[in-house]
Design a protein around this ligand. Structure first.
Ligand SMILES: [Zn+2]
Length: 46
């Protein structure tokens, strides 16, 4: 039996509010490109 997770639907990583830069993995805190706030892409926001 496989261990199915929801990770495929919930893209991990963080997206920059300002420039749209995407960083995989843990929260970098601020965008490495422009230093703006990063948003968790895994958070369901419609
Ligand atoms: Zn940015």
């Amino acid at each position: 039996m496989r261990d199915v997770t929801q990770d495929a639907d919930r893209k991990a990583g963080y997206e920059c509010f300002d420039c749209g830069n995407v960083v995989d993995g843990t929260n970098p805190g601020t965008c490495p490109e422009c230093g703006s706030t990063m948003r968790n892409r895994g958070t369901p926001m419609e």
